[in-house]
Design a protein. Structure first.
Length: 377
């Protein structure tokens, strides 16, 4: 766009968007360099706000505070958005008391709270375990004529009540959230399914799932992933198996993370035969398992003391091309212990070969495991 000369007229909003994109693609240092080269006419509240958001996202507290101080001096801190970024940052780094200081600053400057401000404030109250203050803020929000609570508000509240152990109020908030689900926002259904599963309401999970399916022509992988996780959390493995089968028959994008959810559930329960069946069905459909898929299956075999099968899974995971996978040291330790109990020295050598295949056999955490094994023999 810049190369096309006068065809486009840029604004400070355009520059703020560009700065944000540069940070996401090239990193923060490039974004800082871009900001430093902006003409002064473009360095307004939007550009400073974009840089603040970059720092907030990266949890760079000192730099964020420095930018906010510059913005204060320039008179730019008159909108809730900037305070919301700073409050979110303080929450993410665990400095909850500072959130209250920002709230007080907004009040002193007569900065109007938006729905995001209230949601952050409510979340911070809950994080500090102050139910009374949280409910007081909810009252302020509902009486604020300038703010319209949406489904996000009530799922936020429900999340907080779940953390505080009050499932009755959590369920009430979820009902309030449902009333406010409008349009075609898939995220609202994801939150409702996940939160209902956390309070053990299986029938509500299925009700929202059916509502979800009737609202969209198709369900994306994210929806199936969340539904599977929720049913596993509820202990409804038969239901999870049914949803998994539905996903396999409907999708054209075989995401191994979905396979891993059901496979992992069976492996943890020692039902390694069923776990292998889940993987086989996935592969037959054309799905490509990831190294972690094989390692999850290996955990099941280790639990059942099936050394050779576990080792084959580790070797399969290790055979994949360039990726960042490294075997979980706990799994290697457990497999070595299994080999020791069975005096299976050949498998130990094969396990070392698998680590060599990944190029991690010289890493200290693995070397120490083999060293302890050798000392015990």
């Amino acid at each position: 766009m810049t190369a096309q000369g006068e065809r486009f007229t840029f604004t400070s909003s355009d520059m703020a968007i560009q700065l944000d994109l540069i940070a996401k693609v090239h990193g923060i240092s490039h974004a800082e360099e871009h900001f430093s080269k902006l003409p002064d006419t473009f360095k307004d509240r939007r550009a400073y706000g974009a840089l603040l958001n970059v720092y907030g996202r990266a949890k760079m507290k000192e730099k964020a505070e420095d930018i906010v101080e510059v913005m204060r001096n320039k008179g730019y801190t008159t909108e809730a958005l900037f305070f919301n970024v700073l409050m979110t940052l303080y929450m993410n780094v665990g400095e909850h008391e500072k959130v209250n200081k920002i709230i007080n600053e907004m009040k002193e400057k007569n900065v109007s709270f938006d729905i995001c401000s209230y949601n952050i404030w409510i979340t911070n109250c809950a994080a500090m375990g102050d139910t009374e203050d949280m409910e007081r803020v909810v009252g302020m929000m509902t009486s604020d004529n300038g703010v319209i609570a949406n489904w996000t508000t009530y799922t936020t509240l429900a999340t907080m009540y779940i953390r505080l152990g009050n499932t009755e109020k959590a369920q009430s908030c979820l009902k309030d959230a449902e009333i406010r689900v409008t349009g075609r926002d898939r995220a609202s259904f994801h939150y409702l399914i996940g939160l209902y599963s956390r309070i053990g309401k299986k029938e509500e999970v299925y009700r929202i799932w059916n509502w979800y399916k009737s609202s969209f022509p198709s369900i994306l992988n994210m929806g199936y992933q969340l539904m599977l996780s929720s049913l596993i959390r509820l202990g409804d493995v038969d239901g999870a198996e049914m949803i998994y089968g539905e996903w396999l028959s409907m999708t054209s994008s075989y995401d191994p993370r979905i396979c891993n959810i059901l496979l992992g559930s069976y492996a943890r329960e020692g039902l390694v035969g069923k776990a292998k069946n889940v993987l086989d069905r996935f592969s037959e459909k054309g799905g490509k398992p990831k190294p972690i898929t094989w390692e999850i299956l290996a955990e099941g075999y280790i639990k059942e003391e099936q050394t050779s099968e576990a080792l084959l899974c580790i070797k399969e995971a290790a055979s994949y091309g360039v990726n960042n996978w490294r075997p979980n040291p706990t799994n290697i330790e457990n497999l070595l212990a299994l080999c020791k109990r069975h005096n299976d020295f050949a498998s130990v050598n094969m396990l070392m070969d698998a680590l060599r295949m990944r190029g991690c056999h010289e890493e200290e955490e693995y070397k120490s495991l083999f060293s302890r094994y050798c000392q015990g023999n």
